[in-house]
Design a protein around this ligand. Structure first.
Ligand SMILES: Cc1ncc(COP(=O)(O)O)c(C=O)c1O
Length: 388
């Protein structure tokens, strides 16, 4: 059976070109880049090229820092806990402002800081499913706010937040601003000279790079302690032998992501829209968030009367990988805050599935998925009618 992968917001296939570029760093050039012999020395120019590709990819200045780490979870923990040690413990500021729709690695880092006495404000999204500048303005104050952390694009809905406006607001008030750009890289333009963020995090496996490697951008002059203490790697900002193959792969994946940005916003968008139009032609379906406000690859759709898990299971039996998009918090069955803000009924909130495409998604795969979704939704609805 042919398999179709439509869960690219969870992780992506490694681009074969990236895999080839990484290969020599496992079996030939495997030295430790900090060693003084040639096994180590010979790797450094390749690391430099990879770093240059990362700097170019987000338009960072040479004087800014890009720290290589293991994933975005690590980067986000480093920023939030680093601000606690550097700012909250040393100044009178004791508040962090974030949103109700961040990834668990941000939310749970903030929850941990609450146990240490930090006040965390979790902003709601508006009726469009995004965080707007007015609500942020109401909740920040230069004397109290140590950090604002707001994602660039949401992993579940694909909604892109007005990061330029939000970051500029914080800059004007002298408040540190962090953005989790995991779902933005390769989908929208990310330019740290245009958008005044102090910290930005991303993860290679979301843009056709390898798993286990990510980056933390830190603007020049911004200082927080490392999360991991040890050797002097990354200029003392992140200890631990760098994942050289991972860095080489991430650098190349970034360059390819930038090269494909136009394709992503034309061809991937076209395929996404085709799939979305077909989904919307089924009765009693809701797609969350206006299309123009979303990353070009994402659909979060709710099918009335069809449990999200049942639909995913059925599609999986047909070889199609999708996800629930965490429409509800799994343990509590609380509806997702985006659904609540958008006044989506809790009945519908339990029926969401997320389909996320990539530049490797083909038209044929989209056509097969359309057929499968139509059949599956019809089948599941007829079963639930019979059980009434
Ligand atoms: C928005 C967002 N932030 C952070 C992460 C965590 O990334 P990683 O698994 O690389 O730590 C994810 C992964 O799903 C994500 O979507």
């Amino acid at each position: 059976m042919e398999r179709i992968y439509l869960d690219n917001n969870a992780t992506t296939i490694v681009d074969p070109k990236v895999k080839d570029a990484m290969e020599p760093f496992f079996s030939q050039m495997y030295g430790n880049p900090n060693s003084l012999h040639n096994f180590g020395i010979e790797i450094r120019p390749y690391m430099r090229i990879a770093l240059d590709r990362l700097y170019a990819g987000i338009n960072a200045k040479e004087s800014d820092d890009i720290v290589i780490n293991s994933c975005a979870t690590e980067g986000n923990n480093t920023v939030i806990k680093g601000v606690y040690y550097e700012v909250i413990r040393n100044t009178g500021k004791n508040e962090i402002v974030t949103t109700q729709v961040e990834h668990p690695c941000v939310i749970n880092s903030c929850k941990f800081l609450e146990t240490l006495g930090v006040k965390v404000i979790y902003l709601p999204v508006n009726s469009e499913g995004i965080v707007d500048a007015d609500i942020l303005r109401e909740h920040i104050h230069p004397d109290r706010t140590a950090l604002v952390s707001i994602m660039w694009a949401n992993n579940e809905t694909g909604l892109v937040f007005p990061i330029h406006e939000l970051a500029t607001l914080c800059r004007e008030k002298g408040i540190l601003f962090h953005t989790d750009a995991v779902q933005a890289i390769g989908k929208v333009e990310v330019d740290v000279q245009d958008v005044p963020v102090d910290f930005l995090t991303f993860s290679a496996h979301k843009f056709h790079g390898p798993k286990g490697v990510g980056s933390l951008f830190m603007r020049e002059g911004v200082n927080i302690p490392p999360l991991l203490h040890g050797g002097e790697q990354m200029g003392g900002r992140r200890a631990g032998t760098v994942n050289t193959a991972g860095l080489i792969g991430m650098g190349y994946a970034m360059e390819l992501a930038i090269q494909h940005l136009k394709y992503e916003n034309t061809e991937v968008r076209r395929l996404r829209d085709k799939l979305e139009d077909a989904i919307l032609s089924i009765r009693d379906v809701l797609v969350i968030g206006r299309r123009e406000l979303r990353t070009p690859n994402t659909i979060l759709a709710a099918f009335k009367g069809v449990e999200g898990e049942a639909l995913i299971w059925d599609l999986n039996q047909r070889g199609i990988a999708t996800s629930t998009g965490s429409a509800c918090a799994s343990e509590s069955l609380e509806p997702n805050p985006t659904f609540v803000a958008m006044h989506i009924s809790s009945e519908l909130a339990h029926t969401g599935i997320r389909l996320s495409l990539s530049r490797f998604t083909t038209e044929e795969e989209v056509d097969l998925t359309i057929l499968a979704i139509r059949n599956t939704v019809e089948r599941l609805r007829s079963i639930s009618m019979k059980n009434r």
